[in-house]
Design a protein around this ligand. Structure first.
Ligand code: BGC
Length: 779
């Protein structure tokens, strides 16, 4: 695959921008060749212009947590340099804020940087589900849950597009691993697709309307996403009403003509005209309806029309913008950090660290190379060239004085073990007798990247060794983590009194961590993915990353906490978990059902109070379970959440409106969402395992009458409103047939009706069965 190349076309020929476009008039004036050319790239980052008609080339670039506008050489793997831009926290950190308002503000800052750099579309956000902790791009994704992914992704999109530039919601769809990503077939049943892997995209598309959607590299059930008519047209456009452009991931097009016909409007990057010529030839040969091409061009022109007004007079980022965006990045990084653990030592919680620290700062020591050499973003196409970079050590010293520091370990994984031994000894010396030792641990950069997955989820052994050694000499031990994908904590957490998960927090992450450690800000982040005790507990284990070109999503809908909670598996920290320096009470949980079937819904209420000493924010989470479902459903599923800032002593009443969709499952035979009547359990909590109230209520569902056939089972017939009584009567001997005892009825439960008839057990012959089925299916 091409990785880098010189791109003389990085600055495309200037074309007079004429907006607004009269899209239909332009369509009429474009030649077939010009139309085909508009549906592929000019180079790595630009669309093609048609100068004679005043249609300009526009630039699109990565994304998602900052602008990666390359200046000279181009690549899509983050190798070449790019213009300075604010490196906001990665999606893993942003999502852990659970704060849609904050993400909109981050989005609008991203949109502004995009606009002032004359870029029309920022290539993000990526909202693929974190199916396995091993996925190399988990730092770029939001959650193991589709509601969190979809709603926070939507907030970012809304913010970015409020600046008049577009987004590219990616990677559509089922791109949950990097192994074999350009070829693997994700083999997933439709119910799982709908409930887990498509729901986030659906929420983001229908609420935030991204101007582009990026199809993924992989196949979905054997068909490349780039040429998947069901995915790109039936679901995305016909069902969800999407009216924007579908762009390929870079190099994701397998066959261009079928891709265009399937609904892929724009191929990126350029193929030097090769695939444009294929389209022209296919139209001329009558193999491709020109109307399909026209439709793609129409969408492309509409995209240009949407973006061009904002790009007029782009000026570049001002110093004021850069400073304000850095401050926003610090706020977002602080609010996305998750306080996993905070024990009390000597009668007080270990965090926040008590100020004032004595003048020499000797009661606090900082250990760990990451404190002065921050890991703040991941590798690959999302890699941003930051406008500035905070490190935690400098920021802690700015707040707490000149505290001592020891690196503890080297970031060079090939370093001489003797060097590491010396660093460990030095760290122990520095920490001996310290009131508090703060250790900055994390994943080495090469452990997580676009392009490949991890094969374990552990911290490097030598970092754990430093922790264990320091824990024997310091009074209090705090671990601050830097990692974009979850790491196991169970093997070492007993050595730490407090653990702050800082994720890859962007260019201001160091300052954010200092603020949290020293109590300038109160942590309010929550896990958007479960931290299991061990990798093997993850439900995708055994089915990840697949083999021989296929990965089987064998765990079905039981992804992440849906699995752990359903089977009662112990976890290190549950989905939704995160501590604060204050305390909250959730009470008066109430829920009432209304409507029926597709118009049903549930109104949920709760009161949340800050019962502690400082201001803070709590994330209130609403879960739904359907214990009587006729299909396997997870123990509980998140359906709504909100983040509530509260002053000490302040209370707020919250109301959530759950819709029929929130109660439904995807019926794989009827191929639609179904609300099944009966008992539902609605819980309100602060994690999937910390539920503060559960209300059991009765929901009026809809009749789910499956069409009956001779191969329908006795059970299916018995539950059918028309056929049920006839079959029951026959089996119980009250009809014309032989008498059957209950044991036999039980044994016959899974027998197809055809066999029942053929065995003479139903008092019916084949003709009678056909009449019964006709009557049942008629109504
Ligand atoms: C990545 C996309 C990215 C594109 C352009 C691809 O390799 O999968 O996320 O937007 O390159 O850099």
């Amino acid at each position: 695959m091409t990785t880098t190349q010189d791109s003389p076309a990085t600055t495309p020929p200037a074309t007079t921008r004429r907006t607004p476009f009269d899209v239909e008039r332009l369509l009429g004036e474009l030649t077939l060749e010009e139309k085909a050319s508009l549906t592929s790239g000019l180079d790595f980052w630009h669309t093609q212009p048609v100068e004679r008609l005043g249609i300009p080339a526009v630039m699109v670039t990565d994304g998602p947590h900052g602008l990666r506008k390359q200046a000279a050489s181009t690549d899509h793997l983050g190798l070449g340099n790019s213009v300075p831009a604010t490196c906001f926290p990665t999606a893993a950190a942003l999502a852990s804020t659970w704060d849609t308002e904050l993400l909109q503000r981050v989005g609008s800052a991203l949109g502004r940087e995009t606009r002032v750099n004359d870029v029309a579309v920022l290539l993000g956000p990526g909202i693929n589900i974190k199916r396995s902790p091993l996925c190399g791009r988990n730092f770029e994704y939001f959650s193991e849950d589709p509601v969190v992914s979809g709603d926070l992704g939507a907030a970012l999109i809304t913010g970015i597009q409020s600046e008049g530039v577009g987004t590219s919601l990616k990677h559509f769809a089922v791109n949950n691993q990097e192994s074999d990503r350009m070829r693997v077939s994700a083999d997933v049943d439709e119910r799982t697709l709908r409930e887990i892997y498509l729901t986030g995209f659906e929420r983001a598309v229908t609420t935030a309307r991204p101007w582009t959607v990026m199809c993924s590299y992989n196949k979905v059930n054997g068909t490349y996403a780039s040429e998947h008519p069901w995915l790109l047209t039936e679901v995305l456009r016909d069902e969800w009403g999407y009216d924007g452009v579908v762009v390929s991931d870079w190099g994701a097009v397998n066959e261009r003509v079928p891709a265009l016909a399937a609904g892929l409007d724009l191929e990126m990057p350029s193929t030097g005209g090769r695939t444009d010529a294929e389209i022209v030839a296919a139209v001329r040969a009558g193999e491709l309806d020109e109307a399909v091409l026209d439709q793609a061009v129409r969408r492309l022109l509409t995209l240009l029309d949407r973006t061009l007004p904002a790009l007029q007079g782009a000026t570049g980022l001002t110093a004021e913008d850069a400073a304000a965006h850095h401050a926003l990045a610090r706020e977002a990084a602080a609010d996305g950090a998750v306080l996993l653990k905070n024990e009390t030592v000597d009668g007080a919680p270990v965090l926040p660290i008590d100020l004032p620290i004595d003048s020499a700062g000797s009661s606090l020591v900082v250990v760990g190379e990451f404190a002065r050499t921050p890991r703040y973003q991941g590798a690959g196409s999302s890699q941003v060239n930051p406008t500035r970079l905070d490190d935690a050590l400098t920021e802690i010293r700015a707040l707490a004085g000149d505290v001592p520091f020891a690196p503890g370990f080297s970031l060079d994984e090939d370093a001489d073990p003797a060097l590491d031994d010396a660093l460990l000894t030095e760290a122990v010396g520095a920490a001996r007798g310290a009131g508090t030792a703060v250790l900055f641990l994390g994943l080495p950069a090469r452990d997580e990247s676009e392009g490949y997955d991890r094969d374990h989820m552990d911290l490097p052994a030598r970092q754990v060794a430093v922790l264990e050694a320091v824990a024997t000499v310091a009074r209090r031990v705090v671990v601050v983590l830097a990692n974009g994908s979850a790491v196991t904590v169970a093997p070492w957490r007993e050595h730490a009194h407090a653990i702050l998960e800082g994720w890859l927090g962007g260019q201001a992450g160091g300052g954010a961590v200092a603020d949290l450690l020293l109590g300038v800000r109160n942590p309010s982040g929550k896990l958007t993915e479960t931290i299991p005790l061990r990798l093997a507990d993850n439900p995708s284990s055994g089915n990840f990353p697949g083999e021989l070109g296929h990965v089987r999503y064998g765990e079905g809908v039981l992804v992440g906490y849906r699995y752990y909670d359903t089977v009662g598996r112990e976890v290190a920290y549950p989905f939704g978990h995160g501590l604060s320096y204050t305390t909250f009470a959730l009470d008066e949980v109430r829920a009432s059902a209304h409507g029926e079937g597709p118009t049903s819904g549930v109104t949920v209420g709760v009161r949340v109070t800050n019962t502690g000493p400082v201001a803070g924010a709590e994330v209130v989470q609403v879960y739904v379970g359907d214990p009587e479902a006729s299909v396997q459903r997870p123990e509980r599923e998140l359906k709504a959440f909100t983040k509530v800032p509260l002053a000490p002593g302040e209370s707020r009443e919250l109301t959530f409106e759950l819709t029929a969709r929130d109660l439904s499952y995807w019926h794989p035979v009827l191929r639609r969402w179904v609300v099944e009547g009966g008992e539902f359990r609605v819980s309100v909590g602060t994690s999937s395992r910390d539920l503060h109230g559960t209300v059991s209520l009765d929901v009026t569902g809809e009749d789910v009458a499956l069409p009956l056939s001779p191969m329908s089972t006795v059970t299916e017939a018995l539950t059918h409103p028309v056929a049920g009584p006839v079959v029951r009567a026959a089996l119980e001997g009250t009809g014309d047939g032989p008498t059957l005892d209950p044991e036999l009825v039980k044994m016959a439960a899974d027998m197809p009706l055809r066999a029942l008839v053929d065995f003479g057990m139903a008092g019916l012959d084949r003709a009678g069965l056909d009449r019964l089925l006709d009557a049942a299916n008629a109504g």
